[in-house]
Design a protein around this ligand. Structure first.
Ligand code: FES
Length: 111
């Protein structure tokens, strides 16, 4: 069973920009996509070990919405966490977190 944490209001998030949130004791990077879908992945960049992924760059690759690390430029699928480009390293996927936006626009993340 997972607990849901309200992290912000959807209007607090800028489209295609990340925000850092604390869910339980976990640092999470929350992103509002162009279609107002909200997704969340771990804040920790597995390649550098730094808690920086909310400052990553959102882009696209075909149907996928992608996140590029601000550190060493690895790229993930933002919805699935799958590593798409390990930039020469052993691929490491991101943990994803379930997100719901309630009728009042509150963003809740499952920890
Ligand atoms: S180590 Fe923190 S931004 Fe690079």
């Amino acid at each position: 069973m997972s607990a849901w944490t309200t992290v912000c209001h959807v209007e607090d998030l800028l489209p295609e920009r990340g925000a850092a949130a604390l869910v339980g004791d976990q640092q999470v990077a929350v992103f509002r996509l162009e279609d107002d879908e909200v997704v969340a992945v771990q804040q920790r960049d597995p390649f550098s070990g730094a808690n920086v992924l909310s400052r990553g760059i959102v882009g696209s690759a075909g149907e996928a919405v992608t996140l590029a690390s601000p550190m060493y430029k690895q790229v993930w699928d933002l919805r699935t966490g799958a590593c798409l480009d390990a930039a020469g390293k052993e691929p490491q996927d991101l943990r994803t977190f379930d997100v719901v936006v309630d009728a009042d626009g509150r963003v809740r993340v499952a920890g």
